[in-house]
Design a protein around this ligand. Structure first.
Ligand SMILES: NC(=O)c1ccc[n+]([C@@H]2O[C@H](COP(=O)([O-])OP(=O)(O)OC[C@H]3O[C@@H](n4cnc5c(N)ncnc54)[C@H](OP(=O)(O)O)[C@@H]3O)[C@@H](O)[C@H]2O)c1
Ligand SMILES: [Zn+2]
Length: 341
C-alpha cells in the first residue's frame, strides 16, 4: 500500500510517497481502508522537527490521527465492528488501568498517547476505538471530528460555556478555532475571534462567528474585545502573548482553557489579576471517545457541518501541510488516500 511518510523533518518537502506492506489485524485490531484523514498542526509540528515525540531515529514516520473509512478486516476477538462497517477512529491511546482510565475522563490517562498512521491507504487500529458512522455521514466530514472538534468540544465543556455566554477564541480560522465557533453556536453561546486575514474572518462569520477582529496585535485585540464587555470563557490554542490577553478580557470568575502553543510555549501572566479576579486557567488535551460519539450524532442530526477547506489525494499530502504552514486555510485540510485509487 502507499503511505505519505515523513522522511525528513524539514517541513512539507519532507513528505515522501512510498510503499509499505498492507498490515494484517492482530488480536483486538481492525484494518481500515482509509478514505479520509484530516491533518492537524500536531502533524505539522512533527514534520517541522518541533515535536519531542518523533526524531530522526523514528524516520520514516507515518503520521495522521483522524482516520475514517471502511473496515477491511478484523482480528481475533473483535466483535464491535465487522468488515464493511464505515467508521471513524478515536485516536486516544490509553493504558486502561490507571486511575483516570478507571474513573474517567480517559483523556487524563497517566500514559496517554495518540494513534499515528492515517496518512496511508490502510490503517491498523484498536477495534474498540472505532465509532460507527451513520448512513449519510460523509467520511471526509467525519475526518474533521476526532482531533479539532473533539478538542474544542471538550474545552467548551471545561469552561462550562452555556446559552448566552460570550466565548473569546484568539486565532479563530483554523481547525480548533472554527470548531469552537460552530460548537459554541450549538450550545447557544456567542463568539468573538481574531485572525490576520479579513477574507478568512468573513468565511468564519458565515459559519456563526458573532464578532470578528482582524488583528494580531495583543493591545488592539484587548481593546476591541473589552468594548464588547467581559467574556465568560476563553478557548486558547495559541498560548504566547494571547494568554494574558485572554485573562485581561475574562470576567471575574471566568475560565480559560488552553490546549496549544502556536504563538508560544510560554506565557507571562499577571498573577494578582488572576487571583483578585477569581479567574481559572485550565489545561485541556483532546477529549473522550464519548465526545467523539456525541459529535458524530450532532453532525448526523444536522446540528452543524464540519468545515472542510480542501481535500488532497495522498500524493499531495505535502501540499496540504504547505497550506497549513502558509496559513491559507479555514477549517480542516483532509487527505483522501483511498478515493484516489
Ligand atoms: N492539546 C490538544 O489536545 C490539542 C488538540 C488539537 C490542537 N491542539 C493545538 O491547538 C493549536 C491549533 O491547532 P489546529 O490544528 O487548529 O491549527 P491550525 O488549523 O493550523 O490553526 C490555525 C489558526 O492559528 C492561527 N495562527 C497560526 N500561526 C499563528 C501565529 N504564529 N500567531 C498567531 N496565530 C497563528 C491562524 O491565524 P490566521 O487566521 O491569522 O492565519 C489560525 O487562526 C495547535 O497549537 C495545536 O497543537 C492541541
Ligand atoms: Zn490510563
Amino acid at each position: 500500500m502507499r503511505v505519505a511518510a515523513f522522511s525528513d523533518l524539514t517541513g512539507p518537502d519532507g513528505v515522501s510517497i512510498t510503499n509499505q506492506p498492507r498490515p494484517d489485524p492482530g488480536r483486538g485490531e481492525a484494518v481500515v481502508t482509509v478514505e479520509a484523514c484530516a491533518i492537524n498542526r500536531h502533524d505539522l509540528w512533527i514534520l517541522e522537527g518541533d515535536s519531542a515525540m518523533v526524531d530522526a531515529d523514528d524516520l520514516p514516520f507515518v503520521s495522521g490521527l483522524d482516520v475514517t473509512g471502511t473496515v477491511d478486516a478484523v482480528g481475533e476477538g473483535v466483535t464491535a465492528v465487522e468488515p464493511g462497517d464505515r467508521v471513524v477512529l478515536c485516536p486516544n491511546e490509553t493504558c486502561g488501568t490507571c486511575r483516570y482510565c478507571r474513573e474517567g475522563p480517559e483523556n487524563r490517562c497517566e500514559n496517554f498517547s495518540l494513534y499515528h498512521g492515517g496518512l496511508a491507504e490502510a490503517a491498523r487500529v484498536q477495534a474498540d476505538r472505532l465509532v460507527r458512522l451513520p448512513d449519510g455521514l460523509d467520511t471526509v466530514d467525519a475526518a474533521a471530528l476526532p482531533t479539532a472538534y473533539v478538542t474544542a468540544l471538550h474545552m467548551l465543556r471545561r469552561i462550562e460555556a452555556g446559552p448566552g455566554d460570550l466565548v473569546f477564541v484568539p486565532g479563530v480560522t483554523g481547525g480548533v478555532g472554527v470548531a469552537a465557533v460552530q460548537l459554541a453556536d450549538v450550545l447557544g453561546a456567542h463568539s468573538v475571534g481574531t485572525s490576520s486575514s479579513r477574507a478568512k474572518l468573513s468565511r468564519v462569520e458565515s459559519l456563526g462567528l458573532d464578532h470578528a477582529i482582524e488583528s494580531t496585535d495583543p493591545d488592539e485585540i484587548r481593546a476591541v474585545v473589552s468594548d464588547l464587555g467581559p467574556v465568560d470563557g476563553v478557548l486558547n490554542h495559541l498560548g504566547g502573548a494571547y494568554t494574558q490577553v485572554g485573562l485581561d478580557v475574562l470576567r471575574r470568575g471566568g475560565r480559560m482553557a488552553i490546549c496549544g502553543r502556536t504563538a508560544g510555549g510560554t506565557s507571562e501572566i499577571d498573577v494578582p489579576d488572576l487571583f483578585l479576579g477569581h479567574k481559572r486557567v485550565i489545561g485541556s488535551t483532546m477529549g473522550t471517545q464519548g465526545d467523539l460519539e456525541r459529535l458524530v450524532g450532532l453532525v448526523a442530526d444536522g446540528a452543524f457541518t464540519p468545515e472542510i477547506d480542501e481535500t488532497y489525494p495522498l500524493e499531495e499530502t505535502g501540499a496540504a501541510f504547505a497550506a497549513m504552514q502558509d496559513r491559507e486555510s479555514v477549517g480542516k485540510l483532509v487527505v483522501t488516500p483511498y478515493s484516489n485509487n
